[in-house]
Design a protein around this ligand. Structure first.
Ligand code: CUA
Length: 362
């Protein structure tokens, strides 16, 4: 009973504060928790501030005529006063830290079954690409109730992908992929902002997330893919634009890896060569030359392409050249998808012919 009343009061306070601060709706699975923590901090600090103001007023009223001759006297507080004055704030700061840290860990740990969408920011627009199509500019469709993982990069400068209603924001950096995941909880349309000043069009760099009921989303995706596949056939598109060159990013990545010389050093059959094999690389736990162990995820793979010596796998020399500037964002994404397709050797078809290096035609 008591607990029920408290939960109700907390929900009421949450909604009241959200309206008071004019915040957008809480439309993702983590949004309410993020707001609760913020409102909790505001409540405690407000109450403490009011308390201090009242104490100051009372002390002023009581002592305003009694203090004559005592100015400058040193006052030694008792040990209990010290203990309370230190442990009180410490308790709250640590409590906020632990609540926030749990939320941070959740935000940084996308579930394995999350649907993946590639995001590319460029001056001044957002492009979205589903691994098997379609592509979109400005509008990202997602299903309600299913986790969605965004793999985001920039084509030019640093941007920041911000969905206020989801309480999520992450910087996107040229040459790297950063991850962000969420589960939308309410169907609707939510604004996307760029939250990193990126030039004259920064304030116009807006987009939209459309959260659809899961079954409507499935229908939408199937329709889009039909149209996407037929468009693919009658247009030859350059690799400069969003990953739309080939409907299948895996095949595109396999082709590019050959063209760019990746197979000179990386095998796809499990044999270590000049570099680690790509077979089963994705989500492998690799030992680094520093003694650390890391989980090979998209950010690590792209970092290794752009800054190969940053995190060297133990046993391999720092011989890989950087591909910064040599691969466009969509090309990088395609090669990452190809590497990911090699994660489960039993389930995935092997490349039909042994990949061989051909000099780039460009
Ligand atoms: Cu992109 Cu600001």
């Amino acid at each position: 009973m008591k607990v029920g009343v408290m939960i109700l009061a907390a929900a009421f306070y949450n909604e009241w504060m959200r309206k008071l601060l004019n915040l957008p709706p809480q439309a993702s699975s983590i949004a309410e928790g993020v707001d609760n923590l913020l409102f909790f901090v505001i409540a405690v600090t407000t109450l403490v501030s009011i308390g201090f103001a009242l104490v100051a007023l009372v002390l002023w009223a009581v002592y305003r005529n009694k203090g004559k001759g005592t100015v400058g006297q040193v006052v030694h507080p008792g040990i209990m006063f010290e203990v309370v004055a230190i442990s009180g704030p410490l308790f709250f700061f640590l409590l906020w830290f632990f609540i926030g840290f749990r939320q941070y860990v959740e935000m940084e740990s996308p579930p394995d079954d999350a649907m993946e969408v590639y995001v590319m920011g460029k001056k001044w627009m957002w492009k979205f690409a589903y691994p098997d199509g379609p592509n979109a500019v400005g509008t990202l469709h997602v299903p309600v109730g299913r986790p969605v993982k965004l793999l985001m990069t920039s084509r030019d400068v640093i941007h920041s992908f911000f969905i206020p209603a989801f309480r999520m924001k992450k910087d996107i950096v040229p040459g790297r992929y950063s991850e962000l995941w969420f589960t939308a909880t309410e169907p609707g349309s939510y604004e996307v902002f760029c939250a990193e000043y990126c030039g004259t069009g920064h304030s116009m760099m807006r987009g939209e997330v459309v959260a659809m009921k899961a079954d409507e989303f499935d229908q939408w995706l199937a329709q889009q893919r039909n149209g996407f596949a037929s468009r693919q056939q009658d247009s030859a598109v350059s690799t400069e634009e969003a990953p739309r060159t080939e409907a299948n990013m895996v095949l595109q990545g396999q082709r590019l890896a050959g063209e760019k010389g990746c197979f000179k050093c990386h095998s796809v059959d499990g044999q270590p060569h000049i570099g680690p094999t790509w077979l089963g690389l994705y989500h492998r736990h690799e030992h680094l030359s520093t003694g650390e162990t890391i989980n090979v995820d998209e950010p690590y793979i792209t970092e290794s392409m752009m800054d190969p010596t940053a995190k060297l796998v133990a046993g391999y020399g720092p011989v890989m050249p950087t591909y910064m500037g040599k691969l466009t964002a969509p090309e990088t994404a395609a090669i990452v998808e190809f590497i990911k397709s090699l994660r489960n050797p039993e389930l995935q078809a092997q490349p039909s012919e042994p990949p061989t290096y051909e000099p780039s035609r460009r």
